[in-house]
Design a protein around this ligand. Structure first.
Ligand code: SF4
Length: 459
């Protein structure tokens, strides 16, 4: 096939078109240099969650197991497309049915037959592992609808099925109710012209002989982290004091200054655009000096003078498809803690818990934590609302044996001593910086904690 012909007949998958929408350079690299792509572990975790939700969706939409599944990777695209066309002439559910027409190729998660006045039509469902419909889902469904309609599929309706975050897993692999649908038939059907424009734009980008220049920026992370960041940023100047170290860049003026000015170093951010905390971070970082609000920290600790001080940190895990009874999708389930106890006499003790068994760690976690905390002292955490919410959830899940009544005093004694408001170190973007600061003031501070309370004030 000649190049000219190949260009004419190039089909853009949904992911390619979504890549083009994120950044033309991304599309070009996906097509011409896929070897440069490196997906982060968070991207891989997102893919895994998608596969898991997809598998559950197949069971939910085809409880009798009469549907057919197309696997384009295993059987090849030509076979997948022709088998899809044949299956869509029958009246059974089809998963991952493919359509290639109008310059696009798309595979639908779920196609469900609908009979209307004796005619066979299809309900198309796109399954998403998120807990709401995002804008990029709407784009995604617009492409899917365009490809199906161009291929002559009689679509009756189109919807996104996303996870219902309030749903609770009860037992026995029963996931009825996990997904909730949002109808997008009208909206998606009306966007054909837009999709055509994306295809034309994508064709022009692919025809370029060289990588289209595009600097990295916030767009590299939205809607998802781009796998070419390592490649694109390698040739860019590096900041000595990156603006990304500034906390909570939220004002329009600051965001615009950084984005439109291509600012990467905080030395190039005028003080007038910064709030007090950002200004402190900038000044301390440039001066390469740590800052401690010793008075503020001492005042926070003063009400608890003479009591043991417990510094708690815990780690959680979450699943798109809950696997432990009583848990919700994406519920944060604690499986590890590290607790430092500073006695009134100045001794520092440490206790920890870690469950890697694969079973629900919650109950053992609560019991171990209550035992480690004991009955006196004040628990300090980095972000009290987070830790309290997790403790309350566990108290609700395990009320038996007095866990709830034991749990509440623990929750009520939790104080938040955010090191972010009381310390600033050069490179203070990292919790690790706070940890280093703590060790300076209290050399015995353990190394196992990672993101919890970090503050120990010298007497
Ligand atoms: S890293 Fe950023 S600039 Fe590079 S291709 Fe991806 S989105 Fe585009």
């Amino acid at each position: 096939m000649s190049n000219a012909k190949a260009k004419q007949t190039r089909l853009f998958s949904k992911s390619k078109l979504m890549g083009y929408r994120q950044c033309p350079r991304r599309l070009w690299l996906e097509v011409h240099r896929p070897d440069l792509r490196e997906d982060s572990t968070s991207s891989q975790a997102r893919f895994e969650a998608g596969y898991e939700v997809g598998a559950v969706a197949q069971r939910l939409y085809d409880p009798k197991g009469v549907g057919a599944v197309i696997d384009a990777q295993a059987e090849g695209y030509d076979s997948a497309l022709s088998r899809s066309a044949a299956l869509l002439a029958s009246a059974r559910p089809v998963f991952e049915a493919g359509f290639a027409a109008g310059g696009a190729i798309a595979f639908a998660d779920v196609m469900l037959p609908v009979k209307r006045r004796g005619k066979l039509g299809w309900r198309m469902v796109e399954v998403k592992s998120s807990t709401s419909v995002k804008d990029y889902h709407r784009d995604d469904v617009a492409v899917q609808t365009y490809a199906a309609r161009e291929a002559g599929v009689a679509l009756e309706s189109v919807c996104v099925a996303h996870i219902d975050a309030t749903w609770v897993y009860r037992s026995g692999d029963d996931y009825q109710g996990l997904l909730t649908e949002v109808d997008l038939t009208e909206e998606a059907g009306a966007r054909g012209a837009e999709v055509r424009e994306w295809i034309q734009g994508a064709s022009k980008v692919c025809a370029l002989t060289e990588d289209p220049v595009c600097a990295t920026g916030p767009h590299c992370l939205a809607p998802f982290e781009c796998g070419f960041i390592g490649h694109c940023s390698a040739g860019e100047p590096k900041a000595k004091y990156p603006v990304t170290w500034l906390p909570r860049v939220q004002t329009k003026a600051l965001k615009t200054h950084i984005a439109e000015g291509g600012v990467i170093d905080m030395r190039d951010v005028p003080d007038v655009l910064l709030n007090a905390r950002q200004l402190r971070v900038k000044r301390q970082t440039l001066a390469r000096r740590a800052w401690l609000d010793a008075k503020g920290a001492a005042a926070a600790l003063a009400p608890h003078h003479g009591q043991p001080l417990l510094f708690l940190d815990f780690e959680t895990i979450q699943f798109a498809v809950p696997r432990w009874v009583g848990t919700r999708p994406y519920e944060q389930i604690a499986f590890q803690f590290s607790l430092h106890r500073l006695t009134p006499g100045g001794d520092l003790e440490h206790e920890e818990f870690l469950d890697l068994s694969g079973d629900d760690p919650s109950q053992a976690f609560v019991l171990a934590l209550l035992r480690a905390c004991g009955s006196d002292g004040v628990v300090y955490v980095y972000n009290a609302s987070f830790e309290c919410a997790r403790m309350k959830e566990m108290g609700v899940r395990f009320p038996e044996g007095g866990l709830r009544s034991i749990g509440w005093p623990l929750v009520s004694s939790i104080c938040c001593l955010s090191s972010r408001s009381t310390t600033t170190t050069p490179a203070s973007k990292a919790a690790g910086a706070s940890r280093r600061s703590c060790r300076r003031w209290c050399p015995n501070f353990g190394t196992t904690s990672s993101t919890g309370c970090r503050m120990v004030v010298p007497p």
